[in-house]
Design a protein. Structure first.
Length: 88
């Protein structure tokens, strides 16, 4: 469903929109605004999914019993770091 509305833009934004349409990047001003809004929706959804995943990981780590913790040496063992390396 399409809804008609009126929007106001700064001169800078209006020039940008008009240039995108004139260059054929978008078929119309409406198409460009719709694409920008869709991009914002996708970014919000991705940010929300990332925050949920981080929250779940943090909760899982808080639930880990202390006897299952790994030492710093174990955590970084596969990186080839040497505690005696003075160049770091």
């Amino acid at each position: 469903m399409t809804v008609r509305t009126t929007l106001s833009f700064t001169d800078r934004h209006h020039k940008f929109i008009m240039k995108q349409v004139e260059e054929g990047i978008y078929a119309s001003q409406s198409a460009m605004v719709a694409d920008a809004i869709e991009t914002l929706i996708q970014q919000r959804d991705m940010r929300e999914a990332a925050l949920i995943a981080m929250t779940d990981e943090i909760r899982a780590r808080f639930a880990t019993p202390r006897d299952q913790f790994v030492s710093e040496a174990q955590a970084f063992a596969g990186l080839g770091l040497d505690d005696n390396d003075e160049s770091a």
